[in-house]
Design a protein around this ligand. Structure first.
Ligand SMILES: Nc1ncnc2c1ncn2[C@@H]1O[C@H](COP(=O)(O)OP(=O)(O)OP(=O)(O)O)[C@@H](O)[C@H]1O
Ligand SMILES: [Mg+2]
Length: 363
């Protein structure tokens, strides 16, 4: 069992700062997910915890001991990579046992641990096969098995499912969730898939350019994002962002409007929203609802494209002032391209940011 504390952790490759001061506490048994766009430093941060990457400055503690200089094998961590790194010439049994064989673990103990890992991962029937006789998901299970037999205090996963197809990904995602429930070990999981982050995590750490944007439970981040980056990163389709003019600001509420938006009062959530200026209004697609034909709503637009998914209808719209918007309705709806549609939403569920909206062409 392990509690992990990062204090002002930094990493530079030459003159390039990649991790720019990360403070984080991961509780014993917690499932923590590092999420963020490609190149933001997720793998580097995980590798620093594993001991595979030097720490430039700051401290890394596992169970109250600073381990900056401790060898990877002595940290009590086991890492599972995106590429499974299993040996093609060995059987599944030999692959899973590999670390124990190297450590000269007694035969009976080794066999018992391999059997236990195989039971947990439901791959007893695969133990005598070679990797070439396995599916992608089964290979990844072998790699996880190899980590389990080492009985680590901390499991580190670096995008372990990104080589799998969509159906298998979902299946393995659930298996990893179950594994965490069974082992109740501390786990850190890197992904840029926000669905994996939302579904697996006790705690999500959103990273951008080597810095922490926000730390919280999935629902805290979903409902109370601290900035536009976090708001846009979690949730699918992404939150809509509209530039609005700010009218009166009083107490915890601001009146905003735009060319296609009737004046509405939106909570400011303590943000620095100034009367007479502009701000960005964020509304999740799922919170938008169509108004009955002939009625007027808060937002005025017309339909560009409809995607009927069965359980949900995703509608791309252009608003009267030219802004683009995506709405997701919880029922099957049919719209024709060009059809005028008004929308309503609960202003209490909207977010107001002082920042400018993100550049849709930037990535
Ligand atoms: N050995 C290295 N030397 C120099 N720069 C590096 C090195 N390793 C990583 N970087 C840089 O550090 C930054 C963070 O890389 P990292 O691999 O941690 O990103 P990531 O968030 O895991 O991205 P991805 O989602 O693509 O895996 C990137 O800009 C990368 O180019
Ligand atoms: Mg990476």
């Amino acid at each position: 069992m392990a509690r992990i504390v990062l204090k002002n952790l930094r990493k530079s490759f030459g003159s390039v700062d990649v991790i720019k001061g990360v403070d984080l506490a991961i509780e014993d048994g917690e499932f923590t997910v590092f999420v963020g766009p490609s190149g933001c430093g997720k793998s580097t941060l995980l590798r620093m915890i594993a001991g595979l990457e030097d720490i430039s400055s700051g401290s890394l503690e596992i169970d109250g001991t600073v381990v900056n200089e401790v060898q990877p094998k002595d940290r009590g961590v086991a890492m599972v990579f995106q590429t499974y790194a299993i040996f093609p010439h060995m059987t599944v049994r030999e692959n899973v046992a590999f670390g124990l064989t190297i450590a000269k673990t007694p035969k009976a103990e080794k066999e018992a641990k391999v059997a236990e890992a195989a039971r947990i991962l439901q791959m007893e029937h695969l133990l005598d096969r070679r990797p070439s006789q396995l599916s992608g998901g089964q290979r990844q299970r072998v790699a996880i098995g190899r980590a389990i037999v080492r009985d680590p205090k901390v499991f580190l996963f670096d995008e372990p499912l990104s080589n799998l197809d969509a159906a298998l990904r979902m299946n393995m995602r659930m298996e990893i969730g179950k594994l965490h429930q069974q082992l109740s070990a501390t786990m850190i999981y890197v992904t840029h898939d926000q669905v994996e982050a939302m579904t697996l995590a006790d705690k999500i750490v959103v990273l951008k350019d080597g810095q922490v944007m926000q730390i919280g439970t999935p629902m805290e981040l979903y409902h109370e994002p601290v900035n536009i980056f976090v708001a846009g990163f979690l949730g699918a389709p992404s939150m809509n962002f509209l530039t609005v003019d700010v009218g009166e600001v009083s107490g915890d509420s601001a009146t905003v409007r735009a060319g296609a938006l009737e004046p509405i009062a939106v909570p400011t959530r303590g943000r620095d929203i100034r009367a007479g200026g502009t701000a960005t209004l964020g509304v999740r697609p799922q919170y938008l609802g169509p108004v009955d034909a002939g009625q007027t709503g808060m937002l005025h637009g017309k339909v560009d494209l409809t995607e009927r998914l069965g359980s949900e209808t995703v509608v791309e719209m252009t608003l009267r002032d030219g802004a683009k918007l995506i709405a997701a309705f919880a029922e099957d709806r049919i719209f024709t391209p060009g059809q005028g549609v008004d929308l309503n939403f609960d202003p209490a569920r909207a977010h107001l940011f002082a920042e400018a909206p993100p550049d849709p062409t930037a990535h």
